[in-house]
Every structure is written in C-alpha cells, then in structure tokens.
Design a protein around this ligand. Sequence first.
Ligand code: DQA
Length: 144
Amino acid sequence: MLILVINGPNLNMLGVREPEIYGRKTYADLCNLIEEYSEKRNIDVELFQSNHEGEIVDKIQQAYGRADGIVINPAAYTHTSIAILDALKAVGIPAVEVHISDVSSREEFRRISYAGMACMEHFIGLGFEGYLKAIDYLSEKSAD
Ligand code: DQA
C-alpha cells in the first residue's frame, strides 16, 4: 500500500520554530521516523512538504488512482483552506488529519479545521507519534 504524507507550511522549520510548542526535532527527523516505521511494516510512503496551498492541492489531485491513503497536517492551511478540503473530497482517498500540537487548547482560530472535515480520523496533540498512529489507522482500514 502507498500512503502519501503531506505537511503544510512552516513544518519544514520544525526544530527551529517555537520549540516550546513543536519540540526540538527537525522535519528531517520526522521523515526518518516515518520512513523507518513504514519500512518495517512493508508500507510505501511518499513524503511531501510545501509552503504553498496550490502545490498541496496539486499533490492531492495527483494522488488519485495512486495512493491508498493520505496523512495530512495542513498546518496553518487547516484553519483557512477550503481548497484543500475540496481536493481531499474530490479524490475520495481515505485521509487522516494530524497535528503535532493540541490545536484545541491554543488560540480560538485554530479550533476550526476545514481539511479535517474530509478526514476519517484525527490525531491531535500527540507530537510526531500522531503520524505513526495515522499510518497504523490507514493500514488497518485497508486490511478490513
Ligand atoms: C499545526 C497546528 C497549526 O495550527 C499550525 O498553524 C501549524 C502546525 C500542528 O501540527 O500542531 O503550523 O498543524
């Protein structure tokens, strides 16, 4: 099975950006963790990060007919992007939302998640672990 893991804007700055919220581990650390975890489970993963909304929409569209699942942390676009919501709905690929921080206990504007409306499951505030749980969720779903 192929899982596409999408990370939105500023997640390439992990390790540098607000470490008190997001921790000291880098985006490269996150990629290594996901790759090692998936390899052990015989799951193919494609990792993608972009700071641009349209590129994320393009990537979701390109996954149509190719990926079996999408793990998405749209970062700030979570709270603004109907385009990403519509792209997820358009392709109809099982999707899971991940946030490193607990968005429900932060600013009010982080409480709305548009992309989350097209996701089957949500792992929020679990740090990097949330990505691994999302991969497990999708692989268990596809085995059903
Ligand atoms: C985030 C939470 C968002 O509100 C924020 O804009 C991010 C990261 C998270 O993973 O906790 O960039 O998606």
